[in-house]
Design a protein around this ligand. Structure first.
Ligand SMILES: Nc1ncnc2c1ncn2[C@@H]1O[C@H](COP(=O)(O)OP(=O)(O)OP(=O)(O)O)[C@@H](O)[C@H]1O
Length: 770
């Protein structure tokens, strides 16, 4: 760390209380329009998941039944054990009973006495095992040493653009279409009244910077690459123009079609996007559909048959529908949104993305968003976007303005103290609205058991849970029924939860992007928040990168947890290892039992309904389990390579292998290309050619015309439109028509022609790579 950095890393000597987050210099300088209403959130009171599905459907119906056994409640096991142990303890003396109540937050004296009577049965290789703590005086020095260690190869070094890169980008991106007006109000953006009404209902008084930049360009039908910090309103930035364009779609009999697709990496994020979309379209007739794994395939299929206007999906489930729902097609797609694109790639979805993109019409508009960009995203952009407009808001700043970043040092050789540190921090200081990120599902589950045994209200969110459990955990955390959410990186992207005060990183993630997304769950939409990261010796570079990319010099803290407190929790956790193991054992036994019951039921079903089950058409899969695991590992490797130094970048070339087969197709017309690709695919899959051709023909015959782009209103036209709208209102014209300020059906159903866009800002050349 250089001299100045030493000065600004403030040390918090005690974790007894939260040092109030002072308005930073940066914050006070912040332009008024950049601040959001911290009190506002998309989610309304009540259960946000119940209004995600058609009124006549029960949510329970949508949750995939039978694929996973009924969830086992850890809380129930712990409660059962607690009751059992209470009974045993009744035989003990008064003193021991008193010790039992030592789990109250902050009651450290009581805890101390409680430990004395407990049995010493530590497990040698248990992650919760202890080590000592050194004095605090050296901490300051060492954290400065840590940051002084500038070897020039830190993670963030790879983020610095070389001139060659800049030139390449300039050649690829549309540099002519820049937002011409600075919009400090939604009213000046040429939006229709139903959309404006919804924006007002949501309490958005001003567009955020990324919204101000994106909406006008997106309305032109241009491809966009958007980048802005977490919690800056990217969801509405692409949803608003998408809805506005949809208002101009063809309506009437046989014109229903899925025209917009939003792809997101996680199911929870899809649910949230769906929620935002339905709220913003509340005053329109635009229909949304959610297609994510873990929810019932059948009800999704039947909903897709009605051809909803907007589909929000995760890549895996979408591929399943493309392959296995005969009436479903993306042929009529006008707008494709790739949200959190880098995460989709790092999750091993590169192949799926390539397949989906191949299934979309070439003439679509594509918008790609993320708070962090990687090399693989660059490749995806090249593959799927057509002369995009690059809209990067404040690219130097990577964390929210209201975020205070704290770091807690975990010394070499004392890695095993992490759990004790975490418990100490949560027991004494961070007591409500805390998301804790852990590196594995197993650890998240174990820690949830630890917290529950200690009487701390806690839920877990990771991929080992059923969708039902995941949604429930989120809901309990959202409504404040639990104070802690133990999560893996599943929850690091996009989730917008009101009032998250603190994000704790049990360990420093391997990539800066991951860190930024995790800490981005707090300090959203102009609110203040705090992140606390446990930093080990191996995390030096990441620590340095995180500090450098923070919101401001005065918003970084070094927190020290008193060593005696850490030791206290180390001892307590050691004592608890036996109990944790018992809970895990009981849970495992229950799981086995449930599994056996399920298998039995399955067997009975097979006997009873054999004929019907075998008559069902076989579903085809995009990848086998083995292929998927392989591609996930590859993506992870490539994702990590994307963060390495620039010199290594060209060697990594992440998505190259996944590019559509360009060479074989070059020189062919668009139609011929597509036909050839489909034929090859059929050959690979060994599908029935005639049947597939018939399905394709039927789908093609049903394909509706494309949506256009809204025409900007000149001052003169605006007046005329107002007059027309008044006249129509008098004569009882439809609200939509008057909202649009145009003649009924004046532009409805018109295919977006090149000229449309050119007249408002040049549309780029031919789309590459498809
Ligand atoms: N114009 C606005 N005015 C006030 N609040 C807004 C506005 N736009 C969005 N918000 C609020 O900002 C919060 C964050 O929005 P959103 O989830 O879209 O952020 P994001 O940039 O997608 O974040 P992430 O990168 O983490 O996915 C939401 O709760 C929303 O209520």
């Amino acid at each position: 760390m250089n001299g100045t950095m030493v000065d600004y890393v403030m040390t918090i000597d005690s974790d007894d209380e939260i040092i109030p987050i002072k308005a930073s210099k940066n914050l006070s300088k912040e332009p008024e329009e950049a601040r959001l209403d911290p009190g506002f959130v998309f989610d309304v009171s009540g259960d946000p998941y119940f209004d995600l599905v058609p009124q006549d459907t029960h949510f329970e119906d949508l949750v995939k039944k039978g694929s996973k056994p009924q969830p086992i409640s850890v809380d129930e096991i712990i409660e059962r054990r607690r009751l059992g142990s209470k009974k045993r303890k009744r035989d003990d003396d008064e003193e021991d009973e008193h010790n039992d109540s030592s789990d109250e937050p902050g009651d450290d004296e009581d805890l101390e006495s409680a430990f004395e009577g407990l049995d010493e049965s530590g497990l040698d290789d248990d992650p919760l095992a202890s080590s000592g703590e050194e004095n605090d005086a050296t901490e300051d020095k060492e954290i400065s040493d840590l940051s002084d260690d500038d070897d020039g190869s830190s993670s963030e070094a790879s983020d610095v653009e070389t001139q060659a890169q800049k030139d390449r980008k300039a050649a690829f991106f549309d540099t002519e279409t820049a937002p011409t007006e600075v919009h400090d109000s939604f009213l000046s953006m040429n939006l229709s009244r139903p959309i404006l009404k919804a924006i007002t209902t949501l309490g958005f008084s001003k567009p955020t910077p990324i919204q101000a930049a994106t909406i006008p360009v997106a309305l032109l039908g241009k491809d966009i690459v958007g980048n802005a910090v977490t919690g800056s309103g990217k969801t509405a930035a692409f949803t608003v123009p998408m809805l506005e364009r949809l208002l101009y779609r063809e309506k009437g009999k046989n014109s229903a079609a899925t025209r917009c697709l939003v792809l997101v990496p996680t199911r929870e994020l899809a649910v949230q996007c769906f929620d935002v979309g339905t709220k913003l379209s509340a005053h329109t007739d635009i229909r949304f559909c959610l297609a994510v794994g873990g929810l019932s395939l059948k009800s999704q299929e039947s909903e897709l048959r009605t051809r909803p206007d907007v589909l929000i999906a995760t890549p895996g489930r979408l591929i399943d529908h493309i392959r296995n729902s005969p009436s479903f097609t993306l042929d009529a797609l006008d707008i494709l949104v790739l949200d959190e694109a880098d995460r989709m790639l790092s999750d091993g979805f590169a192949d799926e993305l390539a397949e989906i993109i191949k299934s979309c019409p070439v003439s679509r508009q594509t918008m790609l968003f993320s708070a962090t960009m990687t090399d693989s995203v660059d490749e995806l952009v090249k593959m799927s976007l057509n002369k995009p407009v690059r809209l990067f808001v404040d690219p130097k700043r990577t964390t929210a303005r209201g975020l205070v970043q704290e770091f807690v040092r975990v010394r070499a050789g004392k890695e095993n103290e992490r759990s004790a540190l975490l418990v100490a921090l949560c027991k004494r200081t961070f007591r409500t609205n805390v998301i804790i990120f852990l590196r594995s599902k197993k650890l998240a589950h174990q820690m949830r058991i630890v917290f529950s045994i200690l009487g701390m209200r806690c839920e877990e969110l990771h991929g080992d849970l059923t969708q039902e459990q995941r949604l429930k955990a989120l809901q309990l955390f959202r409504d404040g029924s639990v104070d802690y959410l133990m999560a893996t990186d599943l929850a690091s992207r996009g989730l917008d939860i009101k009032g998250v005060e603190t994000v704790i990183n049990y360990d420093m993630p391997g990539q800066l992007a991951q860190y930024l997304h995790r800490v981005g769950r707090t300090a959203r939409a102009g609110a203040k928040g705090r992140s606390v990261t446990l930093v080990g010796e191996a995390d030096r570079k990441m620590l340095k990168a995180a500090i450098k990319r923070g919101a401001g010099e005065d918003q970084v803290r070094h927190r020290i947890v008193p060593s005696e407190i850490v030791q206290k929790w180390v001892d307590k956790l050691e004592e608890m290892t036996g109990e944790i193991a018992e809970v895990l054992k009981e849970e495992k036994e229950e799981k086995h039992f449930q599994h056996a019951e399920m298998e039995l039921k399955k067997g009975q079903n097979m006997i009873e309904h054999e004929a019907e089950i075998y008559s069902r058409p076989a579903r085809t899969w995009f990848q086998t389990g083995k292929e998927k695991t392989k591609s996930e590992a590859l993506s992870k490797e490539q994702y990590e390579a994307g963060f390495k130094a620039e010199s290594k970048k060209s060697a990594a070339r992440p998505i190259d292998q996944n590019k559509p087969k360009r060479d074989k197709l070059s020189g062919l017309s668009r139609k011929a290309k597509r036909r050839k690709m489909i034929m090859e695919e059929d050959k690979e899959m060994g599908d029935d050619k005639a049947l597939n051709a018939a399905i394709r023909l039927a789908k093609k015959a049903n394909r509706p015309s494309k949506i256009g782009v809204p025409e900007p209103l000149s001052a003169k036209n605006r007046k005329a439109a107002k007059k027309r709208s008044k006249a129509r209102t008098k004569s009882g014209g439809s609200t939509f028509e008057s909202d649009l300020g145009q003649k009924p059906n004046a532009r409805e159903g018109i295919r977006a022609k090149k000229g449309d866009a050119i007249s408002m800002g040049k549309k780029g050349g031919k789309r590459k790579g498809k």
